[in-house]
Each structure stands twice: as C-alpha cells, then as structure tokens.
Design a protein around this ligand. Sequence first.
Ligand SMILES: [Zn+2]
Length: 166
Amino acid sequence: MTQEEITTLRAKNTDKFLELRTHVQWAAFAFQDSCFGRGFYFRVSEAYRTQERQNILYAQGRWMPGKKVTWTLTSNHTARFAIDVYPLNCKHNQIAPIAALFGITHPLKDDPPHYEFTDVGEMPVQVAPLHVQLSQKIRALKRSKGLRLKSLTRAIDRLKKMLGMI
Ligand SMILES: [Zn+2]
C-alpha cells in the first residue's frame, strides 16, 4: 500500500471509530496504530447502526429476500460497542490477538468481521497521551503527602503551561 492509500484508509476508519462510545474510542485507535505499525492493514465497514437498520438486516433472509446476515435484533452495533473489520493484507488470527491487548474481543466464529468493545475500560496510563498521563500522576501525587508538594505542583503547572494544557 502507498502512503497515500494508508492515510485515506486511516481517515475512513477514524470516521467509524468516532461513532463508538467515547470512552472506548482510544482502544480502536490503539488497535489500528498497532496493526498498521506492523504492516497489517484493515478497513472498518461499520460501527454504529441504527435500530431501524438492525431491524432491516434481521428481516433479510427471514421474511425478506437475501441471505441471513444477523441473528439478533439487539446488536452491540446499536449500542456503539462494535465494529466490522475487513483485513486487507492479513488475517483475523493475526489482528485479533492485537485487539485483545486493548480489551477488544473477537467473539463470534460465524461472524469473523465482528469485534466488540463491551470489555474495554477507560484508557490505561501506559497508552494515554502525555497530558492524560500527567494529570493522572498529579492526582496520585496529591493523594500521597510528599514533601515539597507545593513546589512540585508549581513546577508541573509551569510544564503544563509550556505544553499548552492550561
Ligand atoms: Zn458486527
């Protein structure tokens, strides 16, 4: 894939990731970065699905023509907790273990593109961006009654100002 194709792919996948619940989006981005960094590329076809669309998909292969594409009326897509992933140059068994690192599950044998975020927690410290790590550390420091806490807090405030955080 060319750099341009990868940039376009990232942008399209990003649009889908932003449809997920806010607190699990970090995992989708971390999953993509880890896979793309290893040269495993994938396309995300769908994230959020309205209940109306889920109802139409459910009808397909039952009382409407076509092949069955879903087994349920209550999908984690409607809850903004699922994406459908299509590997472009790799296989699910290569990317699913990477997804698992961030709490994303690959639960359905008969629906390989389907990945779920119901077990994903808040962003852990080790993958949080610098400003999140910093505020988590400050909170921890404030809880511990260290010496010279005031001057330390002042130094951190200066650092935050430098980083444009306050
Ligand atoms: Zn799905």
